[in-house]
Design a protein around this ligand. Sequence first.
Ligand SMILES: C[S@@+](CC[C@H](N)C(=O)[O-])C[C@H]1O[C@@H](n2cnc3c(N)ncnc32)[C@H](O)[C@@H]1O
Ligand code: SF4
Length: 402
Amino acid sequence: MFQFTALPPLSLYIHFPWCVRKCPYCDFNSHAMRGEIPEDRYVDALLADLESDLPRVWGRPVRSIFLGGGTPSLFSPEAIERLLAGVRARVALVPEAEVTLEANPGTVETERFRGYRAAGVNRLSIGIQSFDPEQLRKLGRIHGRDEALAAAQAARSAGIDNFNLDLMFGLPQQTLDEALTDLRTALALHPAHLSVYQLTLEPNTLFHAQPPELPDEDVLAAMQEALQAELANAGFAQYEVSAYARTQGGASVAGRKSPGTAADRRCRHNLNYWQFGDYLGIGAGAHAKITDAGGITRLWKVKQPRDYLETAGTPAGLGGEQRPGRDDVAFEFMLNALRLTAGVPAGLFSERTGLDPSCLLKPLTRARSRGLLEPGFEHIRPTPLGRRFLNELVALFLPETR
Ligand SMILES: C[S@@+](CC[C@H](N)C(=O)[O-])C[C@H]1O[C@@H](n2cnc3c(N)ncnc32)[C@H](O)[C@@H]1O
Ligand code: SF4
């Protein structure tokens, strides 16, 4: 039913489920810490978890690692060192592997970053959100403007130039000027990469239950446009809905084949998700996608940190496992690929899904006739209109519409 010509590249995601406190907009699997974090036990659990996943990926090299959260930077450099050494002892990490760690301002300084770097971290993703003290307060962040600025400086002082800053826009009562000021402040810190997210009110969050007053649709559209223009002027190429990478000489990096180099700061790890690559996921609530000759397996680990600590590496540590059918696989591929500004080469569909490309013929033709996809059979690439109406474009590939 599925026929693969090659297995996709493999990444490793490692989840850290604790934060100093829970932000009111956040629906990630993150929990306010109570007392000390059980660092050693968690690292042991992660390594046991990885060990139990190994038979699924025997012999396959790992190309990137992402330590995400939660707040991984609450873990000491020593704990991260032991973890990464344990990972290297268990999987073949390619020598040029990108190793990203998410860090929150207010939990980091230069020495800590130096320690992470010595442990093997070569990319940082710093959750700034805003530099506006009033916004930071409304967002329930533990840091102020100064800590946000200091975190980026500390990354550079520690010798990690390859850092991303996360910003959000469309914040409570935010004006266009305020959003632009945040972006300009971020640009002045010379990050290699920027992730710029529109604040969304996620179910099961405090903001969903008690929504703050957000800018209206027109203001949001104007913000999006102004931020994109400012980023382009500053030499950042948008390669995904929310992701911008610094490019050398301002050239577009869209089609390049070597992300992660100094000339192309796209995030290799995230690109692998969007290009429907494989990934192991270890840690509380972490998800994985693994391809084998018979199809694709999705699996996830138990979510509650306490349960995870007790069961990681045993059958009880597995939250669930699923073999998606052809329709779901085809849709999931498109859902990811269409987020990319450059789209994907058409041949990637069969390579990554193991499916016959003819199953996309109808929706592709329909999307092209509506001007949502570029013409031509070599590439699947959204037009500017398709990017603007991404939800409509993606909906054309839903199993029931196909
Ligand atoms: C895994 S999260 C958290 C990373 C890190 N713990 C932090 O908060 O700084 C990664 C990013 O997702 C974004 N994010 C989280 N919740 C969001 C929401 N409701 N709407 C838009 N962006 C969100 C934030 O920019 C955040 O930095
Ligand atoms: S610090 Fe980050 S992961 Fe933690 S609750 Fe806030 S947004 Fe979520």
